[in-house]
Design a protein around this ligand. Structure first.
Ligand code: PMT
Length: 411
């Protein structure tokens, strides 16, 4: 089965001569099992008609006007952004790449690129001098750093009569590149349990102790595992992040509640990933009525919460167990100590305390450690980082499962 099977792809068409190849691209994506919706910029319509792309995609084409009330009532641009598993812009002109690099959102396609959580890829198509210009090189580098995939360009004779790099790759190659982006379904059929978000520890009916975790990292990990083909259960503390698609979510409030939900699910789990910022302590006593401010000082006694990660690693049939370590200093040393003390297979350490990375932010960077090795996953969006992390976990999980099976066969 193609990795594009049942995937929802937006093909963005911008105003380049290679737009004549877009209908063939749409047809080939559909042949590979994908559902395709096409979004055209106004300039693209100078090269190819919406009617052609409507016919090959079997859906009406989304045109550039962001303020089209009819189109918005059928499927708003935000719904469309959420609908997609991937956005492939082919052809992507130098102008469109520059607008993406600057985060412009002045038409439907550029807005989608900002609003989507899906993978985004561009297939550049332009004159070879435009491709080699420092401005384009810098714009492409910015996109690549943000996790946008760049397919091509190919080299050869160009519509303008020059020869060199700048041709959009052929539709068959673009389909292959997009398939590769969805990976080999490395976790196909594997059961993955993820925790995310903070926990809230109630003091009285109106107050609680919590932390700043937004849930973004944990949700990105759950989503990346689902993209890699896993059956994913997400045990989530209170967050404002939309639930990822194709993931079963169990909402919880407190650490005790999260512990109970995890221990109920763990027997049916192959991989456990603890991303939640679980409160280490909870108030010893819950006050049934709101505490009155009668005294100058108030002492709240705290008791320790169960360590969920350790409990999972010590369960009867432990899954491959991955923890996170949030540290403000000595990242590697503290993370390695946690890896050993909690008896887990792997840990992903991140620095917290800086405003623009880690906690609450849309970006993060990780240092991943197992018993043998340390590897750095450089700073990028949490979505992209989660995909890289899932690849690392899948490799180690498969290696461990294989060596277990070999040992069993020799018994
Ligand atoms: O949610 P975001 O805003 O996106 O931020 C993401 C994050 C910074 C919260 C995330 O990347 C992260 O680091 N999560 C772990 C936070 C944490 O609690 O770290 P810790 O070093 O205190 O705990 C180590 C590990 O033990 C974690 O896997 C944690 O889930 C687990 N733990 C901790 C306490 C406890 N009682 N039970 C646990 O299972």
């Amino acid at each position: 089965m193609s990795s594009l099977s049942q995937k929802r792809i937006i093909v963005g068409v911008t105003g380049g001569i290679a737009a004549y190849k877009s209908p063939d691209l749409v047809r080939r994506l559909r042949d590979a099992g994908a559902t395709v919706r096409v979004v055209m910029t106004a300039n693209a319509e100078q090269f190819i008609t919406p009617l052609t792309l409507q016919a090959v995609s079997d859906h009406s084409v989304h045109r550039s006007n962001l303020l089209d009330a009819d189109a918005e009532s059928a499927m708003s641009h935000i719904q469309l952004a959420r609908w997609a598993d991937a956005v492939l812009i082919a052809p992507a002109t130098a102008d469109f790449i520059a607008r993406m690099a600057h985060g412009l959102a002045d038409d439907l396609l550029s807005t989608l690129c900002l609003a989507t959580e899906a993978r985004v890829a561009v297939a550049p198509s332009m004159n070879q001098r435009m491709w080699q210009h420092a401005a384009t090189r810098e714009n492409v580098a910015v996109l690549a750093k943000r996790g946008v995939s760049v397919f091509g360009p190919a080299s050869g004779s160009q519509a303008c009569g020059e020869t060199g790099p700048g041709r959009m790759p052929e539709p068959t190659e673009l389909v292959e590149s997009l398939s590769a982006l969805f990976g080999s379904q490395a976790l196909g059929g594997v059961k993955v349990l993820v925790t995310a978000g903070p926990t809230q520890e109630a003091i009285d009916p109106v107050r609680n102790i919590t932390n700043r975790s937004s849930g973004k990292m944990g949700y990105a990990v759950a989503r990346a595992a689902a993209e890699a083909g896993a059956d994913v259960v997400l045990v989530s503390g209170p967050t404002h992040v939309p639930y990822p698609e194709k993931v079963r979510v169990i909402p919880v409030i407190s650490a005790l509640h999260m512990h109970q939900a995890v221990m109920t699910e763990v027997a049916n789990t192959d991989i456990f990933i603890g991303v939640a910022a679980v409160a280490d302590y909870r108030p010893a006593e819950f006050h049934q009525q709101k505490i009155k401010k009668t005294n100058d000082q108030l002492t709240i006694k705290l008791v320790k919460n169960p360590d969920i990660l350790t409990a999972v690693a010590k369960s009867v049939k432990p899954p491959f167990t991955v923890g996170f370590a949030a540290e403000t200093e000595n990242l590697e040393a503290h993370a390695r100590e946690k890896l050993m003390r909690k008896g887990i297979d792997m840990i992903a350490a991140n620095r917290v305390g800086d405003a623009d990375v880690g906690l609450e932010s849309d970006e993060n960077e990780l240092l991943i450690l197992d018993r043998m090795d340390t590897k750095r996953l450089p700073r990028s969006s949490k979505r992209q980082l989660a995909r890289n992390l899932i690849e690392e976990i899948a490799t180690r999980y498969c290696a461990k499962s294989t060596s277990k099976n070999i040992r069993r066969a020799h018994r």
